[in-house]
Design a protein around this ligand. Structure first.
Ligand code: PEP
Length: 253
């Protein structure tokens, strides 16, 4: 079975102490014990080492960065490099979140550069894609997402592609309380898998976990995750409440 993943994206929320408390509350339930499950916490940079220390002895729990630089090193004030993440043993990193694409002008090309740096260090990229509302309303979301995949991922070898986790996050569903319907999510996830299959073959495409993100909550995770091509979720708001995120972890197939 493909890996089923519950990934928390804390974004720019919580103080250090609040973050410590939240992690402690979730981890004391130790829910990530099924072999094909992974629970990932994407925490702010200053909390990475603390979060890593809290999870190192636990199976199937991982800590992710929320972003990394597309430059290797040098005079880029305020940036955090992949080598820095590697040096503190971080094994996952979100890239291309729609908030980064929109507010920090991240392009598909820039994300291709980040992917290369992450894969060189054997860090799993959680690559976000997804369409804005006007594209969904024009019913051109399949082409839009296909272009994001092609321009950022298609230079990779099949072996490298297999190391990538994809998160489909329709922008109109992020933080809005509006989720894609199970049909809309399944349809796009199947489309993403078929785009990957056309380029890399069905065997490769079938190995790749594709997460859904966009207002996943404790009360809808079961239904969303049940779809055959949905392999868990990338969760913003609901990952900040221990009991809610625990329910979301429990909803993994
Ligand atoms: C996200 O930021 O990745 C996200 C999906 O947020 P939310 O769950 O709050 O919609």
């Amino acid at each position: 079975m493909r890996k089923q993943i519950a990934a928390a994206n804390w974004k720019m929320n919580l103080t250090y102490l609040e973050g410590q408390q939240l992690l402690g509350d979730i981890l004391e339930n130790d829910l990530g014990s099924k072999d094909h499950h992974e629970v990932i916490f994407a925490v702010p940079f200053p909390y990475l080492i603390m979060a890593k220390e809290k999870t190192t002895s636990l199976k199937n729990y991982f800590i992710a960065a929320q972003n990394c630089s597309n430059k290797k090193s040098g005079a880029y004030t305020g940036e955090v490099s992949v080598d820095m993440l590697d040096s503190i043993n971080i094994k996952h990193c979100i890239i291309g979140h729609s908030e980064r694409r929109e507010y920090f002008n991240e392009s598909n090309q820039m994300l291709a550069e980040k992917l290369n740096l992450l894969l060189e260090k054997d860090i799993t990229p959680i690559f976000c894609c997804g369409e804005p509302l006007d594209i969904r309303e024009a019913n051109t979301q399949n082409d839009f997402v296909e272009t994001q995949l092609k321009e950022s991922l298609f230079h990779l070898s099949a072996d490298d592609l297999k190391k990538v986790v994809i998160a489909y996050e329709p922008i109109w569903a992020i933080g809005t309380g509006k989720t894609a319907s199970t049909e809309q999510a399944q349809e796009m996830h199947a489309h993403i898998r078929s785009v990957l299959a056309n380029q890399y073959g069905a065997d490769v495409a079938n190995e790749i976990s594709i997460l859904y993100g966009g207002s996943v909550k404790a009360n809808n995770a079961n239904e969303i995750f049940a779809s055959p091509d949905v392999d868990g979720g990338l969760v913003g708001g609901a990952s900040l409440v221990a009991l809610d995120f625990i329910e979301i972890i429990k909803a993994l197939k």
